[in-house]
Write a protein that binds this ligand. Structure first.
Ligand code: GUN
Length: 287
């Protein structure tokens, strides 16, 4: 058996088609252009690529997109002052501070993210939005796990009643993925570095979400035949340009029922959901 490929381009295209009509209505009927600002501090090369991609998509979708580039030496207070201005600007609906932050302000990450107005928090990282997701009141939801779930829904994959296993417990992917799957009535297990016999737990999964950041961590023997395998990994191997997922794609596709490739899978959904969140944030602020 060879798995059906969940192609990021197809499903991100479907999401963008769905929101394009609403962007048009907001602009032409209500005179509101949704506006996103991405703040990037320092010179992280991978971050520059991600930010350029967010800017391009946002502009293509007819929304306002500003990128604020701040130097590596930026202090916590300077960044908070910038966020304060954006919080108060009525033409800016979504604010995203690109991570990782430079080393000297990394420890302040929580304080910085918590300073963003929760209604402009298109990353869904603010404790208010984390809490809302936890009690089943989805407001602004982290883009990557949201994209995983939306892709399954658009592909007609049933989540309710299924056994789902999430590998990884990060605040950005693992924990919100747990909540999203649980609120869609899956029975969810979260595995992490201390999980005993992780392979056996994974083999029980009807839906397996890999978000650990280790190249080819999920091997064919860890996958139940016919399972849905969602690969959130974006791993770089020193000296190679290519990026690798957390799943050994070539071997696992022979066992799984559905699988997402890397690249060309979940990453494209992340950007589509950022557009969705920007539109949603604009609607929230003009209720
Ligand atoms: N860096 C890598 N992915 C992300 C993301 O989804 N949001 C932010 N803010 N930074 C990131």
């Amino acid at each position: 058996m060879t798995a059906q490929i969940l192609d990021g381009k197809t499903y991100s295209g479907k999401i963008k088609d769905l929101i394009a009509k609403d962007i048009d209505t907001l602009k032409n009927k209500h005179g509101i252009t949704p506006g996103l600002v991405v703040v990037i501090v320092g010179e992280n090369e991978a971050s520059k690529v991600y930010v350029a991609s967010k800017h391009k998509t946002c502009t293509e979708m007819g929304m306002r997109s500003d990128v604020i580039r701040m130097p590596e030496s930026t202090t916590k207070q300077e960044l908070l002052d910038q966020i304060d201005k954006l919080n108060k600007d009525p033409e800016i609906h979504g604010i995203l501070v690109q991570l990782p932050l430079p080393a000297h302000i990394k420890a302040d990450e929580a304080e910085i993210l918590n300073f963003i107005n929760p209604d402009k928090d298109v990353d869904g990282f603010h404790p208010m939005n984390v809490g809302r997701l936890g009690i089943g009141e989805e407001h602004l939801v982290p883009c990557t796990p949201y994209g995983c779930v939306k892709m399954m829904e658009l592909a007609g994959i049933e989540i309710s009643g299924k056994k789902a296993v999430v590998i990884g417990r990060s605040n950005i992917v693992g924990k919100p993925a747990f909540n999203l799957l649980l609120s869609r009535n899956a029975t969810v297990t979260v595995c992490h570095s201390r999980t005993k016999d992780l392979a056996a737990v994974c083999r029980e999964a009807d839906i397996l979400v890999a978000a650990i950041g280790k190249t080819k961590f999920v091997t064919a023997d860890m996958v139940k035949p016919g399972a849905v395998v969602i690969d959130v990994g974006i791993n770089r191997v020193p000296g190679e340009k290519k990026i690798y997922g957390d799943v050994d794609f070539d071997a696992v596709k022979e066992v799984a029922g559905y699988i997402t490739p890397v690249p060309g899978g979940v990453g494209m959904l992340t950007i589509a959901m950022l557009m969705y969140n920007t539109l949603k944030a604009a609607c929230l602020q003009h209720k």
